[in-house]
Design a protein around this ligand. Structure first.
Ligand code: FES
Length: 390
């Protein structure tokens, strides 16, 4: 049987009734058909150009972070919108081209089919293939080589616009960059690692202060000058049974107390510390009776300062912030999967899926009475991974 006969047979066997069918352009080379093809071609070309623009932007645009006042800030801030614009345009134009093709070039048809139960029979499967072949032939796409090429290219580029950004997520986890307030890019460092380089790090709490309107000759604009986001903490700032989340604050970025200078802008630097993925630390002040019962881990006996204990806030299960502290039981709770850690026993897990103790930060107080890190953590932070020794 020819393909056409098989297709017809398949239609009948499937209980499909063709109620209406009409070719869009029964006469070859109809001028209206040419106009339609031109319209589809234009959309496909727009899609291809947008796809190429997306790839060019993704590969060559100056995307590195720029802070306020840095040269190139405008180009940096336009990076993400440009990616969105070109990716959206590539996919949208491809969509328009396909819709236009289906609505203007495919034969107009109304078919009605009766439903039947169970799986399809052998003959149905064969005739289905024939029907698909028939659809391909009647779509006339086989003879429209230019449209075929454009459709393939724009489909490929639109697909790349979706897949290519995933490449940015692939990183070498062992490649260390420059050590800064967020670590050096490897999983076992954080802002506290700067203590290894003799940087004095204060335990600082987040005030939540945000940029303020500032009026000058140039008009009113938002300014972070003089705004202090992180301030140093003294032991007396915490009452017994209290907990405070603190972040590393290098001495050079201190802008509070005697060192406050309203013309300094350290806001960005403070925000980098707050956003450091492994920087958060829970500073806990135990009640005196509880502190007497505290059990120190071997090698960490002098990590606490009196009743003050500092544990990494990053859960050792899969890295959520262990934000809850229950003073009655001295337990630290991770809200993600309910792991509980005992603050009286060096942050040891006592319930839930976490299997390792929360790393403890060695702390003390400097000559001015501010809490500081006495060194870095002695183990890596967060979830277990293969480099971890503890
Ligand atoms: S991440 Fe904390 S319990 Fe799962």
């Amino acid at each position: 049987m020819s393909n056409e006969e098989l297709a017809r047979l398949g239609t009948e066997l499937d209980d499909v009734t063709i109620a209406y069918r009409k070719e869009r352009f029964p006469i070859p080379n109809d001028p209206a058909e040419k106009r339609t093809v031109r319209g589809i071609t234009i959309w496909l070309i727009i899609s291809i150009i947008s796809g190429l623009a997306f790839l060019g932007t993704y590969l060559f645009w100056p995307w590195e972070y720029r802070s306020h006042g840095d040269e190139g800030l405008m180009w940096y801030t336009l990076f993400t919108p440009a990616l969105g614009l070109f990716a959206g345009l590539a996919i949208l134009a491809l969509g328009f081209a396909v819709v236009l093709y289906v609505k203007k070039l495919l034969p107009e048809e109304i078919a009605v089919q009766r439903r039947h139960d169970g799986g399809s029979e052998e003959i149905d499967r064969h005739t289905l293939v024939a029907l698909l072949n028939d659809s391909w032939q009647t779509s006339t796409l086989g003879r429209r080589k230019v449209l075929q090429g454009l459709l393939g290219a724009s489909g490929l580029l639109a697909g790349l616009a979706i897949v290519a950004p995933l490449g940015g997520m692939i990183k070498n986890p062992w490649k260390a960059g420059e050590l800064g307030i967020q670590g050096d890019g490897t999983l076992w460092t954080s802002g506290w690692t700067l203590a290894n380089n003799d940087v004095k790090l204060y335990l600082a709490r987040d005030t939540g202060a945000i940029a303020q309107p500032h009026t000058s000759e140039a008009g009113t604009h938002m300014s972070t000058t003089g705004i202090t986001r992180l301030v140093r903490v003294r032991p007396e700032d915490l009452s017994a049974g209290g907990m405070e989340t603190v972040y590393p604050l290098p001495q050079s970025y201190v802008n509070d107390g005697d060192l406050f200078d309203e013309t300094r802008d350290v806001y960005e630097d403070h925000m980098h510390s707050i956003h450091g993925p492994r920087n958060g630390v829970m500073l806990i002040r135990l009640r005196p009776d509880d502190a007497e019962r505290a059990i120190e881990r071997e090698g960490q006996e002098d990590f606490h300062y009196g009743d003050y204990y500092a544990y990494s806030k990053i859960c050792t299960h899969i890295g959520c912030p262990t934000s809850l502290y229950e003073a009655q039981t001295n337990r630290i709770l991770c809200p993600c999967h309910q792991s509980q850690f005992d603050a009286l026993q060096y942050g040891k897990p006592v319930f839930g899926p976490a299997a390792r103790a929360l790393p403890q930060l060695p702390i003390t107080v400097d000559e001015e009475g501010y809490l500081i890190a006495e060194g870095n953590f002695i183990e890596s932070l967060g979830p277990a991974f293969w480099e971890r020794k503890s």
